[in-house]
Design a protein around this ligand. Structure first.
Ligand SMILES: C[S@@+](CC[C@H](N)C(=O)[O-])C[C@H]1O[C@@H](n2cnc3c(N)ncnc32)[C@H](O)[C@@H]1O
Length: 414
């Protein structure tokens, strides 16, 4: 058998050819970081599979060729992205042409030498900006997108202005607190708060708004998190013209997608009051109803056909998830479904490498921000059973290419 690195190289080559053929046959642009290069590739499911297979192989090949020390000590540093986000640098670079580091330094109130190394780091590591002539900066495809798309800015802002500092305090939080409470996190230490992340964000409407937009960023920008996986992966037709409550539904972007694909459904989006007020103002006529609701209190929409929790339970430690489920029980009628859409915890080596890394990333992010976690199927069954013995068996619908599982539990009480 050929050595592993040769097998991987062959996999990369075969799958890259499939992508090339697909793009060629369909007259689509080839990947490029040039300012007018494509942001996404618009691949068919088959070509998308080739893309993810090639990426998994090349990640492993890169690790093998770099060796264990480089894998142990990678050059990850979010400082550059944090400063680019905080100083809104992408919007200070002209849409066309270049700007000198000196002029940009004045516009950002940063020292020119600091700005230069921040920008060059972003060029090298993140493919943001280019320096076509020494000392002068212009946009790349990525930085142009950042300058022109508020959803992308929100995603970067949340990751690097809100969360980045929290990673560095997670070890301190684990040493200082031993109770696993969502108020005792790296996020809380980094932000000097004794509140949960959501209560902290609630006090600052612009940050709460950024959070909602960041959810849309991840759902639109990472194929495995795409809302279409939920829209197409679950049998919504079986609910007829039923009521679906999107609990913790942020600004309702998931419900809008579900409603568009299934106009017969009656979608209700529930979230904290500030989020709901902002969403109603932004999306007044989309056929989706909004309702302010704190999911630790009794569910106000009685007898709905399904209660959807997308990316909600992973934010909360087990005993809080039990409380949220118990708060739904008074509203449930026989046959009502709880639909959960989030990543499952999986043993090492059981997922393609990229998906395994994404899953580990989310799991550790949840530790940092909320003291919460991803769970296995068996752990989900335990949680539902602990909440109420009238919840049925947890069923998993897995969707090809999706990073989020769809779990369904039927209420078997009256
Ligand atoms: C990670 S976001 C997921 C949003 C959306 N479901 C999605 O798929 O993008 C979690 C959501 O839960 C909401 N949330 C947090 N605490 C809440 C509470 N006590 N009651 C209702 N919603 C809450 C947040 O405002 C946020 O919109």
């Amino acid at each position: 058998m050929a050595p592993r690195i040769d097998q991987l190289a062959a996999t990369i080559s075969a799958n890259t050819s499939s992508i090339t053929n697909y793009l060629h046959q369909n007259g689509l642009p080839f990947p490029s970081f040039d300012v007018d290069g494509p942001i996404t590739l618009n691949l068919s499911p088959q070509a998308e599979h080739a893309r993810s297979t090639a990426i998994d192989a090349l990640q492993e090949l890169l690790d093998l060729l770099q060796g264990p020390i480089t894998c142990m000590i990678p050059k990850y540093n979010g400082t550059s992205l944090q400063i680019i986000s905080r100083h809104d640098i992408a919007r200070k670079v002209p849409k066309e042409g270049t700007i000198s580091f000196t002029e940009l330094a004045k516009a950002t109130d940063l020292h020119v030498n600091d700005l230069k190394r921040i920008m060059r780091y972003a060029m090298s590591f993140h493919r943001l900006f280019v320096e076509p002539q020494e000392g002068f900066v212009a946009h790349s495809a990525g930085s142009k997108k950042l300058a022109t798309d508020e959803i992308v800015r929100a995603g970067l802002g949340q990751s690097f202005n809100e969360f980045y500092g929290s990673f560095a305090r997670t070890a301190d939080a684990l040493d200082s607190f031993k109770d696993g409470e969502p108020t005792h996190t790296g996020f809380a230490l980094a932000h000097g708060t004794d509140k949960t992340m959501f209560d902290f964000l609630r006090m600052q409407p612009t940050k709460a708004d950024q959070f909602s937009k960041a959810m849309r960023f991840y759902s639109a920008g990472v194929p495995g998190y795409s809302v279409s996986n939920l829209v197409e992966g679950y049998d919504w037709d079986s609910l007829g013209a039923g009521i679906v409550v999107d609990v913790g539904g942020a600004d309702g972007y998931v419900s809008r997608a579900l409603s568009k694909a299934n106009p017969q459904l009656n979608m209700v989006v529930e979230d904290l009051p500030d989020i709901v007020v902002a969403a109603e103002q932004s999306w007044p006529t989309t056929g989706v109803r909004y309702q302010a609701y704190d999911f630790f209190s009794t569910q106000p929409v009685v007898a709905a056909d399904a209660y959807l929790f997308r990316w909600v339970f992973h934010d909360w430690p087990d005993h809080y998830v039990v409380r949220i489920l118990q708060a739904q029980v008074p509203a449930l009628r026989k046959g009502a479904r709880i639909v959960v859409n989030e990543s499952l915890s999986a043993p090492p080596g059981s997922l393609p490498l990229t998906l395994e890394r994404d899953t580990c990333f989310i799991d550790l992010l949840m530790l940092t921000t909320n003291n919460s976690r991803l769970r296995t199927m068996a752990e989900w069954q335990d949680i539902f059973s602990a909440a109420d013995s009238r919840f049925g068996t947890v069923r998993c619908v897995s969707v090809e290419g999706a990073a989020l599982a769809i779990l369904e539990v039927v209420w078997e009480g009256e």
